[in-house]
Design a protein around this ligand. Structure first.
Ligand code: PGA
Length: 253
C-alpha cells in the first residue's frame, strides 16, 4: 500500500513569526499515526523551518530547484543547497512556475533529474487549464506533461518521484475537481506510469492539488488512486492543514 502524503505548498507566504507559529501548531496537533507530512517553504526560510521540524515527522520541502549544479545562474537554488538544509522534497513544475516563468515540459524534466540525482524527492506538478479541459484535451495535456518527464528517467528513477495532479482552474479558485473527475485523471496517470515501469505504477504517489480543503479532503482522499494532497491556501492555517492530515491518516472525525 502506498503511504499517503500531505504536503503544504506555502508559496510566497510567511514570515519568521508566522512560520514559527504555523509549524508549532502543526506539530502539536499531528495525529499519532500520521501519514507522511511535509511543508514546502520559501527558500529564505529553509534554515528556520529545518530547525523547527527537526525531531518531528514533518519533512521539509522547497518549491523549486535549478536544473544546474552550480554557476552563473543568478537567483537560482541548486539541489545540493537544498540538501544542506535537510530538504526531503522539492516541488518542480508548479503551474505558477510554468505560467509566470515560462517553464517548459523539458525544463521541468531537467529539474526532476537534478532533484533525483541529489537524492531529493521531486513532487512533479502537472495539470490542464480550463480552456484545455473544456476542449476535451485533459488526458492529452497532462499525459503529455508526464511523458516528457518519464522520458528523461529510468524505470527505477520514475518509481522515486511523487506526482501531483493540479488542474490549473482549481488552484486558489475554490473550485475543486470532483473526486470522480480527479480519480479518472489519476487512474490514467497511473496507467502511463505503468507503461514506463510496473514498479513506478505501484509505488508513485499521485497527489491531488487545487483547492483541497478540510471540507472536501476526505472524499478526494478516499479515491483509489489519490495518494495525498498538495495543499496551498489551506496549508497556511494549522487547524485546516491538520484536518486534511487527519483525513489522509485515516483518523475518523
Ligand atoms: P490551493 O493551491 O490549495 O490554494 O488551490 C494548491 C497548489 O497550488 O499547490
Amino acid at each position: 500500500m502506498r503511504r499517503k502524503l500531505v504536503a503544504g505548498n506555502w508559496k510566497m507566504n510567511g514570515s519568521l513569526a508566522a512560520n514559527a507559529a504555523l509549524v508549532a501548531g502543526i506539530k502539536q496537533g499531528l495525529p499519532a499515526d500520521a501519514c507522511d507530512v511535509a511543508v514546502c517553504v520559501p527558500s529564505p526560510y529553509l534554515a528556520q523551518v529545518q530547525g523547527e521540524v527537526a525531531g518531528s515527522v514533518v519533512a521539509l520541502g522547497a518549491q523549486d530547484i535549478s536544473a544546474h549544479a552550480s554557476g552563473a545562474y543568478t537567483g537560482e537554488v541548486s539541489a545540493a543547497m537544498l540538501q544542506e538544509f535537510s530538504c526531503h522534497y522539492v516541488i518542480v513544475g508548479h503551474s505558477e512556475r510554468r505560467a509566470y516563468h515560462g517553464e517548459s515540459d523539458a525544463a521541468v524534466a531537467a529539474k526532476t533529474v537534478a532533484a533525483l540525482q541529489a537524492g531529493l524527492v521531486p513532487v512533479v506538478c502537472i495539470g490542464e487549464t480550463l480552456a484545455q479541459r473544456e476542449a476535451g484535451q485533459t488526458k492529452e495535456i497532462v499525459g503529455g506533461q508526464l511523458d516528457v518527464v518519464l522520458d528523461a528517467l529510468s524505470g527505477e528513477d520514475a518509481a522515486r518521484i511523487v506526482l501531483a495532479y493540479e488542474p490549473v482552474w482549481a488552484i486558489g479558485t475554490g473550485k475543486t475537481a470532483t473526486p470522480e473527475m480527479a480519480q479518472e485523471v489519476h487512474a490514467m496517470l497511473r496507467a502511463r506510469l505503468g507503461a514506463k515501469s510496473a514498479e513506478a505504477a505501484a509505488k508513485v504517489r499521485i497527489l491531488y492539488g487545487g483547492s483541497m480543503k478540510p471540507d472536501n479532503a476526505a472524499q478526494l482522499l478516499a479515491m483509489e488512486d489519490i495518494d495525498g494532497g498538495l495543499i496551498g491556501g489551506a496549508a497556511l492555517k494549522a487547524t485546516d492543514f491538520l484536518v486534511i492530515v487527519e483525513a489522509a491518516s485515516g483518523v475518523v472525525l
